[in-house]
Ligand binder design. Structure first.
Ligand SMILES: Nc1ncnc2c1ncn2[C@@H]1O[C@H](COP(=O)(O)OP(=O)(O)OP(=O)(O)O)[C@@H](O)[C@H]1O
Ligand SMILES: [Mg+2]
Length: 170
């Protein structure tokens, strides 16, 4: 189970934790999975190789997805239907202009019926929907630091569920 060194309080609802290895990133994804609800938009921020796709892999495995979780670097979006959720994984790294987001018709995925997990959202600004939760992954000398910040009421409910989550079943 991922323990948060910074638990949410009224003045700062963000969560923080250290992820010493890839397994810890997967475990954070697994812990996030049951906290997801349709309509959530989650930005995954962090440099190349920070572990964003790994986190999504942890989410999807915990929701029962048995297949591959490949990076949407070339496809822009990878859709999944898992555990009664429509989950959409985006990666806008390759955009050379934000208008490519509009040209690709990706707005249609950002509805109350989908959960959107977005890598490189800044490449689609100002067009991509604003986030309910921002997860920031930072590379450290040993592993990664994760900071999870809610920006809306539904985002706050998500991070509260995450902080209260029991350990994932194995
Ligand atoms: N907590 C961790 N500590 C050390 N290595 C990790 C950790 N989490 C993930 N990794 C490793 O980091 C590498 C890059 O991970 P990943 O592809 O998920 O990054 P990314 O943020 O999606 O990169 P990109 O921006 O290129 O899409 C992988 O080899 C993965 O195993
Ligand atoms: Mg990635």
């Amino acid at each position: 189970m991922i323990r948060f060194s910074h638990a949410p309080d009224d003045s700062d609802p963000a969560l923080a934790t250290h992820l010493p290895d890839e397994a810890a990133t997967l475990a954070l994804g697994a812990q996030l999975a049951p906290a997801l609800r349709s309509g959530l938009v989650i930005y995954l921020n962090g440099e190349l190789g920070a572990g964003k796709t790994t986190l999504v892999r942890g989410v999807l495995r915990a929701l029962g997805h048995g297949g591959n979780v490949k990076s949407p670097t070339y496809t822009l979006i990878e859709p999944y239907v898992v555990s009664r959720l429509n989950l959409y994984h985006f990666d806008f790294y390759r955009f050379t202009s934000a208008e490519e987001y509009l040209d690709a018709g990706l707005e249609e995925y950002f509805t109350a019926q989908g959960v959107c997990l977005v890598e490189w959202p800044q490449k689609a600004q100002p067009y991509v929907a604003p986030p309910d939760v921002v997860i920031e992954l930072t590379t450290t000398t040993e592993g990664r630091d994760a900071r999870i910040r809610p920006l809306t009421e539904t985002g706050r409910q998500c991070t509260e569920r995450l902080a209260a989550a029991p350990p994932p079943l194995r």
